[in-house]
Design a protein around this ligand. Structure first.
Ligand code: ADP
Length: 229
């Protein structure tokens, strides 16, 4: 479970307040869109979840860990529980598709056989098995993002965070990327997708949390609760 409790973030250097008393709970296995215009505070929220930064006030609690209390040694371990998909893919250019996906498993010293099993399964899930030996620059944006998704899931994370995953993908393939994230969610992984692309969100029929000027201004899960009452 993810909990943001009264989270505010002020960037001290500029005095910008990027998040204002944000309260948000995401249950295990949920699929949530975080949407908002540029400057709304979406990236700041992602950084809170990935523990790249901590709140100025309030707490972020992920799977029982308060990010504020993680020690320097605990942070890498914490991050390995999260799969992150970036707008600009962040693939290693001189590594093949296979090696890009295998990279983190090798870093943590998994055995060859286990790596092969997991990488093959991840490639299968994103439909890239036949591209194992290809380099990123030989792939389309959509395919590169599929590699990034495979890399994010290969370590069996409990949570996937996708930060503008369709930003560098041909619009005609954006829906495919979103559907792929939905399939991954259906495997039981919590998925948080940050985007400003309203038209994509509208097609997916999932929970939508909207932020404006650092505040949560709407959450479709509240509407459902109200409707039930
Ligand atoms: P979004 O991802 O929705 O575009 P951000 O979280 O990047 O929004 O930014 C929210 C606000 O915080 C903006 O006004 C932005 O200029 C500011 N901001 C973001 N990062 C920093 C930073 N490192 N230092 C100072 N201000 C920042």
């Amino acid at each position: 479970m993810i909990q943001l409790i009264n989270v505010s973030k002020r960037y001290e250097k500029t005095g910008t307040v990027a998040l204002r008393k944000v309260n948000l709970t995401i249950k295990d296995g949920e699929f949530v869109f975080i949407i908002g215009n540029s400057g709304a505070g979406k990236s700041t929220m992602v950084h809170m979840l990935t523990c790249e930064d901590v709140p100025s006030r309030g707490d972020v609690i992920v799977d029982g860990f308060n990010t504020r209390r993680l020690t320097r040694r605990q942070i890498p371990k914490y991050r390995r529980r999260i799969g992150i998909v970036f707008q600009d893919f962040k693939l290693i250019p001189n590594y093949t598709v296979y090696d890009n996906i295998a990279f983190t498993l090798r870093v943590v010293g998994r055995r060859r056989r286990e790596i092969a099993r997991r990488v093959e399964r991840a490639m299968e899930l994103v439909g890239l098995t036949e591209k194992a030996d290809v380099y990123p620059d030989q792939l389309s944006g959509g395919e590169q993002q599929r590699v990034a998704v495979a890399r994010a899931i290969v370590n069996n994370p409990s949570l996937i965070i996708a930060d503008e995953p369709t930003g560098n993908v041909d619009p005609s393939l954006s829906v495919e990327i979103m559907k792929m994230l939905l399939r991954i969610n259906q495997m039981g992984i919590t998925v948080v997708v940050v985007t400003h692309e309203q038209h994509l969100v509208d097609q997916m029929n999932q929970r939508v949390v909207r932020i404006e000027k650092g505040r949560v201004v709407s959450d479709t899960s509240d509407e459902e609760t109200e409707a039930e009452e």
